[in-house]
Write a protein that binds this ligand. Structure first.
Ligand code: FES
Length: 120
């Protein structure tokens, strides 16, 4: 499932708050160890929910050959790309050694049970 969201404009599920934070969805809309894709003017953003309800947001594009990380398998705080199996550390966006590369991270937070993304 995906939302479309843009900074400084109406968001799909709520108006952007101060400092560029915009409501994306409820955390319960993302299954544990699952993800949700948000479309932005800068490209798709994959939002992941870890088993302990920590939330991470990265560009939905593997640093190897652009595979959709949102389709990967989450384990701990890393996701395995579905294309060729690279592991991406979500807190840093960095590929796990021996692979090298980085996908862009986005600031994401919880306001109660609401997932908010910062896009500015
Ligand atoms: S595109 Fe992700 S591992 Fe190759």
């Amino acid at each position: 499932m995906s939302n479309e969201i843009a900074p400084h404009s109406a968001a799909a599920s709520g108006a952007p708050g101060p400092h560029g934070w915009a409501d994306v969805c409820a955390i319960d809309d993302i299954p544990p160890l699952g993800s949700r894709v948000v479309q932005s003017s800068g490209g798709d953003i994959a939002i992941f929910r870890a088993a302990d309800d920590r939330i991470f947001a990265v560009h939905d594009k593997c640093p190897h050959k652009g595979g959709p990380l949102s389709q990967g398998i989450l384990h701990g705080t890393s996701v395995t790309c579905p294309m060729h199996g690279w592991k991406i550390d979500l807190p840093s966006g960095e590929a796990v050694a021996p692979d090298t590369g980085c996908t862009r991270r986005f600031e994401v937070r919880l306001d109660g049970r609401t997932v908010q993304l910062r896009l500015d």
